[in-house]
Design a protein around this ligand. Structure first.
Ligand code: CTP
Ligand code: CA
Length: 238
């Protein structure tokens, strides 16, 4: 267990972590969701606890149990995540946004179950944009001139126009968070899924202060330890 590597380095720090994939309801029994397993978020909680931090986990549904030792706050939708996160961030030294937040939600939630017989034409779901919680956290910090340290996560794919790293650098600048932990998603060389639901991860950690990107991989716990180390390093320098 690489737990010892981070022992005590965040002692006394209040760390807020979000994890899991939000669920956006369509009706009482259906939702729009995503593939996030919550495993990387849970690994971050364990690494932060091992580092001596006081940890709060705000989590959407996850494939893995929430770890003991953190204060837990379950939520489902992006709007619930936003309310809980902005409230808890007020007293956090570090915020890590590992949750996979739905960018859009259905414009209308049907109070009754949507029925086949009411839809002779194929139904169309209208979506509206969810607020960007990470952007709000950064804006809020700037407004209050706090010393809060903010970490974002991003799953990127490259395309004909640019590679994943270029998109990630642009995202870091756009979001204005201190660190952006980036993984390239989608099928790996062998054609199987590289990130979602897996126990390992390969990431590049970009820093707003212009430090060289840190590449790390291995178990999600090892990635979490690397993130915790970078956070402790930056907090120590303040
Ligand atoms: N995030 C957030 N609120 C949202 C969407 C994303 O706080 N409504 C956070 C995620 O938790 C993550 C970071 O922003 O830490 C980057 O998420 P990502 O989905 O990669 O970024 P987007 O700005 O939504 O861009 P994209 O169009 O690539 O999805
Ligand atoms: Ca998104």
């Amino acid at each position: 267990q690489p737990a010892g590597e981070t022992s005590g380095i965040l002692a006394g720090k209040r760390v807020l972590i979000t994890a899991g994939g939000t669920r956006e309801p369509l009706d009482p029994v259906r939702f729009l969701g995503n593939k996030s397993s919550g495993k990387q978020g849970v690994a971050l909680v364990e690494a932060a606890l091992a580092a001596g931090a006081d940890v709060t986990l705000i989590h959407a549904p996850m494939d893995v149990p929430a770890p003991a030792g953190a204060k837990l706050q379950p939520i489902e939708t992006a709007l619930e995540l936003r309310a809980a996160t902005l409230a808890a961030a007020a007293t956090a030294d570090v915020v890590i946004m590992a949750a996979a937040v739905a960018d859009f939600r259905p414009a209308n939630i049907s109070t009754g179950k949507i029925k086949k017989r009411d839809n002779t034409d194929d139904p169309v779901i209208t979506l509206v944009r969810n607020p960007d919680i990470l952007l709000e956290l950064v804006a809020h910090r700037a407004a209050q001139n706090q010393q809060q340290f903010i970490v974002g996560f991003a799953a990127e794919t490259g395309d004909e126009q640019a590679d994943a790293r270029t998109y990630a650098q642009a995202k870091l600048q756009r979001k204005g968070c201190d660190l952006l932990v980036v993984n390239e998603v989608g099928p790996g060389d062998s054609g199987s899924e590289r990130v979602f639901g897996q126990d390992t991860n390969q990431v590049e950690i970009l820093a707003l202060d212009g430090a060289e990107p840190v590449q790390t991989g291995g178990s999600k716990r090892e990635v979490a330890n690397a993130v915790v180390h970078l956070i402790a390093q930056r907090l120590g320098g303040r």
